[in-house]
Write a protein that binds this ligand. Structure first.
Ligand SMILES: [Mg+2]
Length: 282
C-alpha cells in the first residue's frame, strides 16, 4: 500500500472547523472523517489552539481523532495513540536549541519589567511559548525592540509574533523559538515519519498557513480563504522552488462547494491521483 499512503496535515479553524461565514457542504465532514479513518491515511492537525481546545473542537464538531497534533502555533507536537496524547520530545529539543539552554522562566525573568505587557493566562503558555497581552495604547515597535535587545544580550534567538485581537482591543505577543512554526513542524513530521514529499498534503485558510505555500510540500487553500490570502499564497508559491505544489480549492469535487473540509479533500484529489477512487467512495 506504500504507493498511496498519505500524511494529511490540516489547520483547524475555518479549515476543517466550519466556523467562518461561508456555508459548509453537508457531505463534507462525514466524507472527511470517513477518509481519515483509512489505515493508509495519517492525520495531523496543525493549529494555534492548545491541546484542550483541540480536543474540545474534535468533540463539538465530530472531527476525526488525529494521529498527530501540532498545537500552540507549532510549539508542541503530540502523538496520539488510542486516545492517549503524548508530547513528542524530539520536537521540543529541536526548537528549544535556539534558547541556548534557557527555560521559559529564565526568559520571563529577563522580560519581566518590559513596559506595557502582561502575561496571558496559564493555559496559553507552555515550555516554548511565552504569550503576553500588549496594551493597545502602547508603541508596539518600541516594545518589540526592547524585548529583542534583552533577548539578544543573552544570546537567545527568538521570534516575536505580534497581532491584534480587534474584538478585545488588545495586542497579542508571542515569544517563540524561531523554528516553532507550522511549516517547520509539518516538515519535521514528514522527515521523522519517512514520507516522500508527494505523500504529504497540507491544508489551511489564513495568514499563518501561508509559510507552507513556500514549502516544496503540496499545499491547498480551502475555497473559503479570503481573496487576499489566495493572492498572497499564489505569489509565495510562484516564487518558491516548486510552484506546482500549490492549489486553491474552487468547489466541484463530488458536487461539494470546496469550503472547509470539502476543500481539504479537493486538495487531496488534486495532488494524489492514486487516492481519487478512494475519495469517490468516501
Ligand atoms: Mg485557520
Amino acid at each position: 500500500m506504500t504507493d498511496r499512503r498519505l500524511l494529511l496535515c490540516t489547520d483547524m479553524d475555518r479549515t476543517v472547523i466550519p466556523n467562518g461565514e461561508h456555508p459548509e457542504d453537508p457531505d463534507a465532514r462525514p466524507r472527511f472523517a470517513s477518509f481519515c479513518g483509512r489505515p493508509d491515511v495519517t492525520l495531523a492537525y496543525v493549529t494555534g489552539r492548545h491541546r484542550a481546545l483541540v480536543q474540545e473542537a474534535i468533540r463539538d464538531y465530530a472531527l476525526p481523532e488525529p494521529d498527530y497534533a501540532v498545537t500552540d502555533v507549532g510549539t508542541v507536537i503530540y502523538r496520539v495513540t488510542n486516545g492517549v496524547w503524548e508530547e513528542w520530545n524530539a520536537w521540543a529539543e529541536e526548537i528549544g536549541a535556539a534558547w541556548k539552554g534557557k527555560t521559559r522562566e529564565d526568559l520571563c525573568a529577563l522580560l519581566r519589567d518590559v513596559p506595557h505587557v502582561t502575561l496571558q493566562e496559564a493555559e496559553k503558555q507552555n515550555t516554548h511559548k511565552i504569550s503576553y497581552y500588549l496594551d493597545s495604547s502602547a508603541d508596539a515597535e518600541a516594545v518589540l525592540a526592547d524585548m529583542r535587545a534583552r533577548l539578544a544580550e543573552e544570546g537567545v534567538d527568538a521570534a516575536l509574533v505580534w497581532s491584534v485581537d480587534e474584538s478585545a482591543d488588545v495586542g497579542l505577543l508571542d515569544v517563540l523559538p524561531p523554528r516553532a512554526t507550522k511549516r517547520h513542524a509539518v516538515e519535521f513530521l514528514q522527515r521523522e515519519l519517512h514520507y516522500a514529499e508527494r505523500e504529504v498534503v497540507f491544508a489551511g485558510d489564513s495568514g499563518n498557513d501561508l509559510p507552507m505555500m513556500e514549502s516544496v510540500l503540496p499545499s491547498v487553500l480551502v475555497a473559503n480563504a479570503s481573496d487576499e490570502v489566495k493572492k498572497r499564497g499564489a505569489a509565495l508559491a510562484e516564487a518558491s522552488a516548486r510552484p506546482e505544489a500549490f492549489y486553491v480549492a474552487r468547489g466541484g469535487l463530488l458536487h461539494m462547494n470546496g469550503n472547509y473540509s470539502a476543500g481539504v479533500l479537493e486538495g487531496v484529489w488534486h495532488f494524489v491521483p492514486n487516492l481519487r477512487n478512494v475519495l469517490e467512495k468516501a
